[in-house]
Design a protein around this ligand. Structure first.
Ligand SMILES: Cc1ncc(COP(=O)(O)O)c(C=O)c1O
Length: 392
């Protein structure tokens, strides 16, 4: 059979999770928590089921949840989305991204991705007939121990065929967030080029060190051309529920809903009612960053003096570690050895590049997920500290 995606196999997350399972390793690879959502959220969903919210939801999502999202966006990002026409509840950020790309990218369009990039974007762009144009972030340096946007490179990559730029901040895998300066650069670019912005903000509520998340929704000149996407799964430790949302101006939302309605029609009703109730009455979104910052610091401090040098993580639940002290193997080989020989599952950052084997994709970095219970993190630290460095 002629494949539409001949070079796509299983994802690196599935591959490394299976390897971790096979070798009974602590899985700091795939990005999911090893703890439950708040019992109150589970109770809210149970109550919704018992109250009879068990049949199809409206295609765009139940009104109470769309209203709760509109309130949250107005409160935190000062943008008023109309819950009727501009907010859609989706099957995770995944379906929101896939529906938006499918609806908005036409055959022959160029779509810019920022490398390293989450693995979903490129195949879906290609399925829509688009061409992926990659712009690398600037890799970490001694002075700036994190990846950073290269706005000149981004502007240089824009051309007459550019339809969309995909952005993902807080960024998976690098942990980089956007600053006010970054948003100003983006505004300048958007004012000169007629492009759409697809903003994957799945980690919007996980930002550290007193910084705040700067959504593209927070600047009117960006919001008018942006599709802003998030994930309740990531926010509420419920990745298995696969529920998220998408905010976009009415004209864009109308096109995206045409795809959403035939991709999934609607998403589970009791989850939607439960989340609406929880968001209104119980959710403490401000506490999430503190919760995760403690975990980040537990892992980071634990690794001090080990062969793994932590980089700066400004947000998400990922920490990149520099493995230069372990020799010069390719990142993927290193991740495999770490799992098999030392019992720690990790993800090579090179997997987020177009060609994971290319020298410019290998910065000797591994991604560790710290969305784990403290005892799990402590066991991981112990195992990582026991990995000997190679004498220089
Ligand atoms: C950057 C990014 N976007 C989207 C997703 C998918 O989110 P969801 O589980 O809500 O579909 C993930 C999950 O890992 C992610 O890291």
């Amino acid at each position: 059979m002629k494949s539409k995606l001949p070079d796509v196999g299983i994802t690196i997350f599935t591959e490394m999770s299976q390897l971790a399972l096979d070798h009974q390793a602590i899985n700091l690879g795939q990005g999911f928590p090893d703890y439950n959502p708040d019992a109150l959220l589970i109770q809210c969903v149970n109550e919704a089921m018992l109250a009879g919210h068990n049949q199809y939801a409206p295609m765009a999502g139940v009104p109470v949840l769309r209203e709760a999202v509109a309130e949250k966006m107005a409160r935190l990002q000062a943008h008023e989305y109309d819950p009727g026409d501009e907010i859609t509840i989706t099957s995770g950020a995944t379906e929101a991204l896939a529906s938006a790309i499918t609806a908005l990218v036409h055959p022959g369009d160029d779509v810019i991705l920022i490398d390293p990039a989450y693995d979903l974007y490129a195949p879906v762009i290609r399925l829509a007939g688009g061409t992926v144009v990659r712009v690398p972030m600037m890799p970490p340096t001694q002075d700036t121990p994190r990846f950073a946007m290269d706005w000149n490179a981004l502007e240089g990559a824009l051309g007459p065929k550019t339809r969309m730029i995909v952005l993902n901040f807080p960024n998976n895998p690098t942990g980089t967030i956007l600053s006010d300066d970054d948003l100003a650069h983006l505004e300048r670019i958007a004012s000169r080029h007629d492009v759409l912005l697809l903003s994957d903000e799945a980690y919007e509520h996980i930002v550290f060190d007193g910084e705040s998340h700067r959504s593209l929704a927070s600047r009117p000149a960006l919001a008018e051309r942006s599709v802003v996407i998030s994930s309740f799964g990531k926010t509420f430790h419920a990745t298995g529920w696969k529920i998220g949302y998408l905010c976009a101006p009415k004209s864009l939302s109308a096109e995206i809903r045409k795809v959403h309605q035939f991709m999934v029609f609607s998403v589970p009703t009791p989850m939607q009612h439960g989340l609406a109730n929880y968001l209104r009455k119980h959710a403490r979104l401000e506490q999430l960053s503190t919760f995760y910052q403690q975990k980040r610091d537990r892992l980071k401090t634990g690794l001090e003096g080990s062969a793994f040098r932590p980089l700066q993580s400004q947000g998400t639940f990922f920490l990149l570690v520099d493995t230069s002290a372990l020799g010069d193997s390719k990142e993927k080989e290193l991740a495999r050895r770490l799992t098999i020989d030392h019992g720690i599952g990790a993800i090579p950052v090179s997997a987020f590049y177009e060609d994971p084997n290319a020298p410019q994709a290998n910065h000797r970095l591994l991604r560790l997920c710290f969305a784990k219970q403290d005892p799990t993190l402590d066991r991981a630290v112990e195992a990582l500290r026991a990995v000997p460095g190679v004498a220089a």
